[in-house]
Design a binder for this molecule. Structure first.
Ligand SMILES: Cc1cc2nc3c(=O)[nH]c(=O)nc-3n(C[C@H](O)[C@H](O)[C@H](O)COP(=O)(O)OP(=O)(O)OC[C@H]3O[C@@H](n4cnc5c(N)ncnc54)[C@H](O)[C@@H]3O)c2cc1C
Length: 502
């Protein structure tokens, strides 16, 4: 807390807002090719919406109520056929190599039709982010190339990310809170690997994933220094699934319980543990673990903001259509001024949701941010135009070398300053809060504007409302994200300010 006396000496934060004009700083440096590529990706998402999502979104929602055991295998097959699971995997790892910020616009597009199905397609990239941010490029290469083979063979191989536990949700997303959490997922180091015991809950797409990026802890009481990240294949001995949740919304996308009973995971599937510190100067291991979490959420939280923006847009479009076709009091609803004001407000909400996630992605694109290197013009154009065989046969074997691993970790882990980490993480929280709050707000407004029609399942507005509420909870609740925003963008330069005090 800041005392009234302390506030006299507070630095003038007003003048520092100009630092956050990331778009203006980043735009001149951004390769022009990214725009065309983004348009191509969005066009594909629109086509997918028209041909796959809209014709069955409401029916699948209905089906999951009748049969809570429903799993979206058909949707996964379709998304795999359409290439969505490899679209944002860099060419270095065999993927299509679309620029990563474009993924947010694709997410918005898909969510405008059905956020549950958008998750079936995109939660995979939460797993991709968990693997990528480990900078274990050898293991990343192995798994991502399997995803690519899965697209070619028609046997999807997608990735989930498991961090939440029955007694710990918010706490596990903040290294400053984790030592107070009621953790149960224990990783014991043994010869040749680890033995994992414990469980995870609410893991999106768990049941239908081939790989799980799993976070466990060598010491449950001192997890801030003992986090281990694994890649575990579904079907590994000792790794089973429990129930999946019968939840309020986003019902097309299962939220699974994962159970680990004496599950042996060999060293070759350790993405990162405390050995990451070797060769990395004097940075404490807790800082490196915290940085890993911030790397992941810097990418995934703007994406959740884009999910929210998509819902906001879908709700707005549904309300607009209704207002243009429905007569109230002898004239079309759209010609009532109060309805016009509501529609204007909803339109504005979509735009500010989109601007927020775009700005957060620009923050990730500046030096030290996770997107920066891939967006540098020489790297971008080399990745785009170099023949595939160069990646597959010349560069791929180099990824297994210890030296390559070290170069990647030095480039991304060691070179990122605390200031950059705070900028990216703070803005990721901002984008997440804005987009998801706008999603809920617009869904409520759509229901309100449509009256009883808004409550009918076949009209879609009530589904947007049910789907959007979940977005405010996952990837850290919006309350937690507000504290993270405060911590990283406000409190970090105010000595008197403390977040997460016991
Ligand atoms: C549909 C869905 C899909 C999900 N998918 C995944 C997934 O794929 N992988 C995964 O690992 N997890 C997933 N989750 C879990 C999600 O990340 C957690 O639900 C989220 O982080 C919040 O944790 P919690 O639900 O345990 O809430 P809790 O941590 O129990 O929080 C309860 C309340 O207390 C507040 N609170 C908690 N701690 C603090 C604090 N220190 N200060 C102030 N307020 C606090 C919270 O804001 C909240 O209001 C998913 C959740 C949902 C709903």
């Amino acid at each position: 807390m800041i005392s009234p006396e302390g506030s006299k000496s507070l630095p003038d934060r007003g003048s520092r807002f100009d630092e956050s004009l990331f778009s203006l700083q980043a735009m001149p440096k951004i390769p022009r090719g990214m725009l065309k590529e983004t348009q191509k990706a969005v066009a594909l998402a629109r086509k997918f919406n028209d041909e796959v999502v809209r014709p069955q979104a409401l029916e699948i929602d209905r089906q999951t109520h009748a049969d809570p055991e429903y799993l979206p295998w058909d949707l996964v097959k379709k998304a795999n056929e359409w290439g969505f699971y490899t679209m944002f995997i860099p060419k270095l790892f065999g993927g299509q190599g679309f620029n990563m910020p474009a993924s947010a616009y694709v997410v918005e597009e898909l969510s405008s039709a059905c956020v549950g199905i958008a998750n079936v397609v995109f939660v995979h990239y939460l797993g991709v982010a968990g693997i990528l941010a480990s900078w274990n490029v050898s293991l990343a290469n192995k798994i991502f190339r399997e995803v690519v083979r899965g697209q070619k063979s028609g046997k999807p191989s997608i990735i989930s990310l498991a961090i939440t536990e029955p007694g710990a949700g918010t706490d596990v997303e903040e290294n400053e809170l984790i030592d107070r959490a009621r953790l149960n997922c224990h990783a014991e180091k043994v010869k040749g690997g680890y033995i994992v015991n414990g469980s995870k809950i609410f893991i999106s797409m768990g049941h239908v994933s081939e790989w799980c990026c799993l976070i466990a802890y060598r010491d449950l009481k001192k997890a801030s220094e003992n986090t281990v990240t694994f890649a575990v294949r579904t079907g590994t001995k000792g790794f089973t699934f429990g129930k999946h949740e019968d939840k309020m919304g986003q019902r097309a996308c299962p939220a699974s319980e994962l159970i680990f009973e004496d599950c042996f995971i060999p060293d070759e599937y350790v993405l990162r543990d405390s050995s990451i510190r070797e060769g990395f100067g004097t940075r404490p291991i807790a800082d490196l673990i915290e940085q890993y979490i911030h790397f992941v959420v810097s990418v995934t939280r703007p994406a959740v903001g884009a999910f929210g923006t998509g819902v906001a847009r879908g709700a707005y479009e549904t309300a607009l259509k209704f207002a243009g076709e429905t007569e109230v009091g002898g004239k079309l609803l759209i010609n009532h001024e109060w309805a016009q004001a509501m529609l204007a407000e909803m339109y504005k909400n979509v735009v500010i949701g989109r601007l927020s996630y775009t700005e957060a992605n620009y923050a990730n694109g500046l030096p030290g941010g996770i997107y920066n290197i891939l967006q540098r013009k020489p790297v971008y154009y080399y990745q785009k135009y170099a023949p595939k065989f160069i990646f597959d046969y010349l560069i791929s074997p180099l990824l297994d070398l210890e030296i390559t691993q070290r170069i990647f970790r030095r480039l991304f882990v060691d070179s990122q300053s605390l200031e950059v980490q705070q900028r990216c993480s703070g803005w990721a929280s901002l984008a997440k809060i804005v987009g998801t709050d706008m999603g809920v707000k617009n869904s409520q407004m759509a229901v309100e504007l449509m009256g009883q029609a808004g409550l009918r399942h076949e009209r879609g507005a009530e589904k947007f409302l049910r789907d959007s509420k979940l977005l405010q909870i996952y990837e850290g609740t919006n309350q937690l994200n507000r504290i993270n925003l405060f911590n990283n963008l406000i409190g970090s330069s105010i000595p008197q300010a403390r977040a997460f005090e016991e």
